[in-house]
Design a protein around this ligand. Structure first.
Ligand code: G3H
Ligand code: ZN
Length: 273
């Protein structure tokens, strides 16, 4: 079986995109992997800041690598949106297959310098590094204005940092509902005409299916998805409580939400592959 990072590298020019799903525990991680197995497609399990707040990187590394090692499809373990070098080092030591250094809020030169430092740490362990130029805003934090990626800055960033994957801001916004994002495809074209680096689109929950299909025609190799799965799980959990007022056991209460999340993940994986 090819390494997950190989799949991402090849996806760039193959009209496919590999999904990275934010996961928050055992049940949803397993559900995502089951969906990937059913679709016979590679997938990334991503650990974001919220997930790291409730469980440390060592535990995440052990849990997700154990799930990944038993899967019949390539499963990557990715550290999502990280600004601290120490956490990145810990993730590299604990079997993560890729890490994102998020210097998107820093001046370009500082972002380049720090990202390059992470690339040097990661490369010798075969861990891929994702960086970000421009900044993808968070709708739930009231950040309505995107700092769109400037193509020349993207080029300079890729040249100097030697990053493996580049996250770009082209109208995509974190935590929106489907179809609300308005993507600037001409900006994306300018970026990819200058950079050969596989591109990453964050905030995919907010992108409608027509635009997702259009993204496949571009050099986008990885898309990040979180909100849509959290909603699927949360709404089904609420229904579980309502339908079973006497049940208090999480093993029972989580059954349907995990199935619902698996269904949504499966549909997304099929659309991207
Ligand atoms: O890094 C994580 C993603 O960008 C998820 O974004 O929750 O809007 O799908 P989303
Ligand atoms: Zn993101």
């Amino acid at each position: 079986m090819k390494h997950i990072n190989e799949y991402i590298r090849h996806a760039t020019f193959q009209k496919k995109m590999i999904p990275g799903f934010n996961v928050f525990g055992y049940e949803d991680s397993l559900a995502v992997v089951k969906a990937a197995e059913q679709a016979n497609a590679p997938v990334l399990l991503m650990v974001n800041r919220d997930a790291r707040r409730v469980m440390n990187i060592k535990h995440w590394g052990a849990l997700l690598n154990s799930i990944a090692s038993q899967a019949s499809v390539p499963v990557g373990v990715h550290l999502d949106h990280c600004t601290e070098l120490k956490s990145i080092q810990l993730a590299i030591e604990n079997g993560f297959t890729s890490v994102m250094y998020d210097g998107s809020k820093l001046p370009l030169n500082e972002n380049i310098m720090n990202t390059h430092q992470v690339v040097c740490l990661a490369r010798e362990k075969g861990v891929a590094v994702e960086g970000e130029v421009g900044s993808v805003p968070y709708d739930d934090l009231g950040e309505t204005r995107s700092e769109m990626t400037l193509p020349e800055e993207a080029w300079q960033f890729c040249q100097e940092s030697q990053v493996d994957w580049l996250a770009v801001s082209v109208g995509n916004i974190h935590r929106l509902h489907e179809g609300k994002a308005k993507l600037d495809f001409s900006r994306l074209e300018s970026i990819e005409s200058l950079c050969q680096t596989p591109l990453v689109i964050h905030g995919a929950s907010g992108i409608g299916s027509d635009d997702i299909n259009k993204l496949k025609e571009h050099h986008v190799a990885k898309v990040n998805i979180g909100t849509v799965l959290r909603r699927a799980f949360g709404e089904a959990l609420r229904q579980s409580f309502q339908e079973n007022p006497a049940v208090y056991d999480r093993l029972t209460l989580f059954e349907k939400p995990a199935q619902q999340l698996e269904k949504v993940a499966y549909e997304i994986i099929c659309q991207l592959k």
